[in-house]
Design a protein around this ligand. Sequence first.
Ligand code: AVJ
Length: 322
Amino acid sequence: MPQPTVEVHLSAADLDRALREDARAGLTADPKWLPPKWFYDARGSELFDKITELPEYYPTRTERSLLQSVAPEVARLTRPRTLVELGSGSAIKTQLLLRACNASGTLVSYVPQDVSASALRKAAIEISAAFPGLAVNGVVSDFTDTLHYLPGGGSRMIAFLGGTLGNLIPDERAAFLGQVRAALDEGEHLLLGVALVTDPTVMVAAYDDRAGVTAEFNRNVLHVLNHQLGADFAPERFRHVAVWNDADEWIEMRLEATEEMSVKLRELDLTVGFADGEQLRTEISAKFRIAGIEQELAAAGFAPDHVWTDSFDRFALVLASA
Ligand code: AVJ
């Protein structure tokens, strides 16, 4: 039985350097911001998994039930030998896709990629146990800088699920989709999961749950800065804010200082002042329209072949060929 492997293309030193750069750039900017990828240390990944089970957070379960119904069709249309999954996290939903692709008899290997080594190791072991005979070779990397690490061509399908594409602003999305296209050979596939624009109350509630798990997830980025950069943020002095930005059609998460404060980041030799009520943007999560995402895919050189949506039109799976 093949043993699962996990290749680390983001060393602790790379991560540390990137975090320092992002923290310095974002915390000295006006308005202040931090990239969402820094939520996901082991605690952040666990909190995200909890989010996916909240009553208000519909994207994961909507995508899962969509996948459940369309996975066999996706497998039949694509018949991949290799399934690459970007941002696999705990890879719970992937099992549906793997099962369907496995049943179509062509699947040889599964390559999960994630920025969180802990989540990836756990997922690789679980998937490997559930699919004996499948080669599982995980890659720890940043999804925007990962495509040159992928195994060679043939019949690959890249799955990018969960709506994570929405973490990128439109220019970054165009660049990223272009890279994905360039990494694929003609006729290979991309399966993309995106959350759709829907009722703002529904969308905002998904990012501002009553149990406060998303608030804790949001504040986790401050814990990460405390641990990694010797910062002295008092996370409880930041209020979780989630708003729908109608002009850009994305949800923004922010952390709002509940009083004036000064924060030291020892490792950066940096002191950052927050005014009372000042907000730090920690995430954008764009929501899509079918025509818009088809257009973005076409602009990147993909042919969007199939779109499946749930009955409330809150989430879409798009199958595109290179
Ligand atoms: C993992 C990026 C898809 O944007 O919905 C969940 C992250 N942030 N709750 C999302 C998230 C707040 C999630 N993605």
